[in-house]
Each structure stands twice: as C-alpha cells, then as structure tokens.
Design a protein around this ligand. Structure first.
Ligand code: NAD
Ligand code: IPM
Ligand code: MN
Length: 357
C-alpha cells in the first residue's frame, strides 16, 4: 500500500486539537481510498521555543523537506508575545515558509450552502456557490523586507520595508493566471499602485504577463476599494492575486463571508509538489483547551493536501463532501444553528469521519 510521509506541526493554542481532527479524517480517507500515512510530529512556534529555545528547530525543517507534504495547525499566543521579534513563534512560521520556498498561498473562500445563514452578509449579496480564490504571495514583501529601530532627533523610530523583485512578482502572478485558466478566467490584481512603487512594479508585471494569457479577463483594484467590494459585492471576484500583507488581511475578511474564520483552508506551495497546508486562522488562545475550536478549516486543508501534493483528488472530494454532510448534522460554536446540536472540536472531527463515503 502507498504510504505518504507527512510532517505534522501542531503548534500552539488550538493547533493540537484541530490538527488531530484533520489527521483522523486523513487516516479515514486513506482507509477508504487505499493509502496510509506516516505522520511525523515536529515542533514549531511557541511549543518549539519552550522545548528548544528557538521557534524553528533545524530538525523541523529537515523533516518537512524529507516529507511528501506538511500539515500545520497554528502558532503563537500571549505567553510568547514579549519575545523579541526574531524569536517569536510567528518568526518560526515565516521561517518554515521561506525554508520550503512556499511562495504561493492559495486561500479559497468558499461558502457551503449549509452555512448561508452563518454569514453576516445577506443571501442576495452572497448568491449561490460563492467561490473566491485569493492567491497571496507568501515569501516576500514587507514580511521579509529590511526592518529595524533607530533614533531620530532623540525620538525612537522603527521601519519595515515593502520590497518586491520582478522575479518574485512574476512567479506568483503566473500561478494566479494558471488558476484563473482552470476557473472562470477572471483575475483581479489587488495593489496600492496609487501610492507604492512596489505596487506599480507589480501592476506593470501583471500587465506584461497577461499577454501570455489572452483568454483571461484582468482587472486591477486598489486594496482599500477591494476590502469594501468584498462585502458590497463579493460575486464580482473569482481569482484575486495580491501581495503578502494585503492577502493576509483580505483573506481574513473573506473568511467571514463563508460564515467563520474556522472554515477557511489554505495551501502554501513552492515550485515543486510538496507543500504546506494550514487553516488561515491563528492559534485562538481565547478558546484553546475549551473544545470550542472549529476543526473544519484544518480538515479542509487536509483535503487540499490530498489534491495538490498527493494527487488524490477523489479522496479530497470525499472529504469536502463529508464536511458538507457534517454541516447538516451538527455545528461547532462559531457556526452554531438553532436546529442542530452544538459539537466540540473532537465531535466535529468524528462526525466528518462518519460522513466520509
Ligand atoms: P486568531 O485567528 O487566532 O483568532 C481570531 C478570532 O477567531 C478569535 O476570537 C478566535 O477564537 C477565533 N477563531 C480562530 N480560529 C477559530 C476556529 N478554528 N474555531 C473557532 N474560532 C476561531 O487570530 P488572533 O487572535 O489575532 O491571533 C492569535 C494568535 O495566533 C497570535 O499569536 C497570532 O500571531 C497567531 N496567528 C497565527 C497564525 C498561524 O499560525 N498561521 C495565523 C493567524 C494568527
Ligand atoms: C497567517 C498569519 C501569519 C501571516 C502570521 C502569524 C505570521 O496571520 O497565516 O495568515 O501573517 O502570514
Ligand atoms: Mn493571517
């Protein structure tokens, strides 16, 4: 039987609870579709700081590099918030993204029809089958630019630099065009080209590459307008391509359209097949250990792992169908419905397993 090696980085806060549900569902999908997993747990984030003193131990990088793919929960929490920037849990996450060359972050904002009433937007605004794909650049921009502190006329100051090379822009934009070609052939590039030089280079690069994809209808939007348009008329979007920080912010906003941030999965991809899969939300310290976490974003990230890294699209489809079926029978707190039982994180994981056909 085919055995896939999966590096597992549970992380902090709700990380361990949600990743365990995804591992359970992946194992069950393997049983149905004829493959199995060799899960290899490694430390990342606060858990790694506590055990080893650093947020990204070399062993974690090595295991991820040797694995077929990586599954991640979330990192961070108040316990480590006073750490210096270079030794915060989040630095470990940025480090593993960089070490694995994961420049393309796919964040699909999909609304399951069962969750229409969980969305704060009106039915007529969401429409049927809303499905937006945010393609976020993940290893460049202000997250990785030069930063520092200094003193200016006796006053403390700090800076962070937004920087993009044409190479970095071109490779993420090509991923977005490829995705658009497989979908409705519509791409919106989001930037702040009215102010930022890096955005003007971004826009010019999109324009140049668009010549290679004449079938794709390209539009450009400033990020502030996009933030507004996402709630005014989300159906105008199909694929959105944007920089690291804008993609971070817009994807949290888009997640609410789908009912909860606990529903949004993501795939972080490099030029090769092995990727890293994680929910878009964080470690939710406010609910960690209470059993209230929604594991579906992580379970759906597991489905993306099967689709993009392991070439198991039928198993991925089956997990997505099982999530849909589970949503008809029970809900976690964040997407609670009056007529359905409220489930714990573990119970929701069990329900998805039972619903797997
Ligand atoms: P967060 O996403 O952790 O939480 C925001 C809100 O959403 C909270 O009220 C939380 O309870 C809720 N929430 C998040 N995920 C949920 C889920 N699965 N089910 C139900 N409710 C959920 O964002 P934050 O509070 O800004 O950050 C908390 C910590 O997480 C910080 O240390 C931050 O740096 C870190 N973080 C990590 C990642 C990551 O590892 N990928 C992503 C975002 C934030
Ligand atoms: C995310 C998170 C991370 C990011 C943080 C924790 C570094 O918010 O994955 O969306 O900003 O990329
Ligand atoms: Mn984020």
């Amino acid at each position: 039987m085919q055995t896939y090696k999966i590096a597992v980085l549970k992380g902090d806060g709700i990380g361990p609870e949600i990743v365990e549900q995804a591992m359970k569902v992946l194992t069950k999908a393997g049983e149905k579709f004829g493959f199995e997993f060799d899960f290899q747990n490694e430390l990342l984030g606060g858990a790694a700081i506590d055990a080893t003193g650093v947020p990204l131990p070399q062993k974690t990088v090595d295991t991820c590099k040797a694995a077929d793919s990586t599954l991640l929960g979330a990192v961070g929490g108040p316990k480590w918030d006073s750490q210096p920037g270079a030794n915060r849990p989040e630095k470990g996450l940025l480090g593993i993204r960089a070490a694995l060359g994961l420049f393309a972050n796919l964040r699909p904002a999909v609304i399951f029809p069962e969750l229409r009433s969980a969305s704060p937007l009106k039915d007529e605004i969401i429409g049927d089958n809303l499905n937006i794909l945010i393609v976020r650049e993940l290893t460049g921009g202000i997250y990785f630019g030069e930063r520092g502190r200094y003193t200016e006329n006796g006053v403390e100051a700090a800076y962070d630099t937004e920087k993009y090379s044409v190479t970095e822009i071109e490779r993420i934009v090509r991923v977005a065009f490829d995705m658009a070609m497989k979908r409705s052939k519509k791409l919106c590039s989001v930037d702040k080209a009215n102010v930022l030089e890096s955005s003007r280079l971004w826009r010019a690069t999109v324009e140049r590459i668009s010549k290679d994809f004449p079938e794709v209808e390209v539009s450009y939007m400033y990020v502030d307008n996009c933030a507004m348009q996402l709630v005014r008329n989300p159906r105008q979007f199909d694929v959105i391509v944007t920089s690291n920080m804008f993609g971070d912010i817009l994807s949290d906003e888009a997640s609410m359209i789908s009912g909860s941030i606990g529903m949004l999965a993501s795939a972080s991809l490099s030029a090769g097949k092995s990727g890293l899969y994680e929910p878009i939300h964080g470690s939710a310290p406010d609910i960690a250990g209470t059993g209230k976490a929604n594991p579906l974003a992580t379970i759906l990230s597991g489905a993306m792992l099967l689709r993009y890294s392991l070439d198991q699209p039928k198993a991925a489809d089956a997990i997505e169908a099982a999530v849909s079926a589970a949503l008809k029978k029970g809900r976690t707190c964040d997407i609670a419905a009056e007529n359905l039982p409220t489930l714990s994180c573990t119970e929701m994981g069990d329900l998805v397993c039972e619903s797997l056909q």
